[in-house]
Write a protein that binds this ligand. Structure first.
Ligand code: ZN
Length: 168
C-alpha cells in the first residue's frame, strides 16, 4: 500500500476509534496516527519514510527484509507497551493505533505480513489488493469518503479544529 493510502485508511480507522472510545480526535492524536501509520515501512528504502530515513532503512531491510519485523504484531506489542509506559498522551495513543492499522492494512495485500515474527516468518494475509492497483485506489477513495462521513457525523473535525485553537 502506498503511503497516502496508509495515511487515509489509518485516519479513517482512527476516526472510528475516536468516535467509539474516550479518545479525542485532536491534532496530536491525528499526528500520532499518521506517523504511526508510516513508520513500519522504514524497512523499505523506496517508501515514503525510507527515503527520509538517512540510510537507516537500508540497514533495516538488509537485516530483516521488507515487511519483516516492523510488520509483526509481536514487535508492535513491545512498542505499544514501552510507549504506553512512557506516555499516556493522545499523540502516543494515536501512534500505537496508527502502527497497528498499518499492519492490518498490509494484511489485506497479496504479499501479506509476518504477524508472529520472530516465532514464525510465515506471512499471513487476506489478499484483497496489490500495491498501487485499482482495488487499492478504490480503498483509498472509500476510506476518504468514510473519514469525511464519520468526521462530520461525530463532529470530529470540530473537535480537531478546537484542539488546534487551544494552542493559540
Ligand atoms: Zn507496510
Amino acid at each position: 500500500m502506498r503511503y497516502h493510502s496508509h495515511i487515509v485508511t489509518s485516519l479513517c480507522l482512527g476516526a472510528a476509534a475516536a468516535a467509539h472510545t474516550s479518545l479525542s480526535f485532536t491534532a496530536s492524536y491525528t499526528a500520532g496516527v499518521v506517523i504511526g501509520s508510516l513508520l513500519p515501512d522504514i524497512d523499505e528504502p523506496k517508501s515514503y519514510v525510507g527515503r527520509r530515513s538517512m540510510g537507516m532503512s537500508n540497514k533495516v531491510k538488509e537485516a530483516f527484509g521488507h515487511r519483516g519485523m516492523t510488520h509483526s504484531l509481536v514487535v508492535w506489542g513491545i512498542i505499544a507497551l514501552v510507549i504506553s509506559w512512557e506516555s499516556s498522551s493522545l499523540f502516543a495513543s494515536g501512534f500505537v493505533l496508527g502502527y497497528l492499522f498499518h499492519i492490518l492494512e498490509d494484511f489485506f495485500s497479496v504479499q501479506g505480513v509476518p504477524l508472529f515474527w520472530p516465532f514464525t516468518a510465515k506471512r499471513f494475509k487476506i489478499p484483497i489488493y496489490r500495491t498501487g492497483n485499482l482495488v487499492e485506489k478504490s480503498l483509498f477513495y472509500a476510506a476518504f469518503a468514510l473519514l469525511v462521513y464519520i468526521g462530520a457525523k461525530e463532529q470530529l473535525f470540530f473537535e480537531w479544529w478546537r484542539s488546534l485553537a487551544l494552542f493559540r
